[in-house]
Ligand binder design. Sequence first.
Ligand code: GRF
Length: 193
Amino acid sequence: MTRVAILISGRGSNMEALLRESRDGILAGVCEPVVVVSNRPDARGLEVAKGFGVATAVVPSAGLDREAYDRVLVEALEPYAVDWVVLAGFMRLLGPRMLRRYPGRITNIHPADPARFRGVGGYRWAWEQGLLRTTVTVHLVDEGVDTGPILAQEDVDLRGARSLQEVESRGLQVEHRLYSRVLRRLFLQGQGA
Ligand code: GRF
């Protein structure tokens, strides 16, 4: 079974969806989330992960530049012997050391089409632009901000949305479904299926 680390920085709703799917959904028997890592000690998702009985680790990033953080992150992950690293609302950029350690094996989910919007605040952008739809993206991670090769995209219907909260909740529903589907496909391919 594919061993996975999930990296978070906050709420962890994508992480929660992945943990649930791994326990008794479409990722059951496909992957095992062996650790949830947060760069922030106060990330709400840490408690959720503990509730699932998954090991958690805080690897604080405060005060560390990209290179220094990369080094501590690689070391922190080593004992868990993971095959894939899944970013789920992780708000730090990774560097060459992580990318070399897990080549082509780091994924991210982004709440927009990176060709149109990159970085933080994708749902606010969609709301402020008055978009009728936005596009959730799952991609492989490289050194850029939301720039790696795209694995899958799915549109979110925003017609009639009356608040930023509504935009976000419609988007997250799509994110939660899409991420586990894409990871299932990816992990099964990796096993030669
Ligand atoms: C999601 O919108 C994700 O696309 C983006 O950050 C947000 C994280 O939310 N990268 P959560 O922590 O998974 O609830």
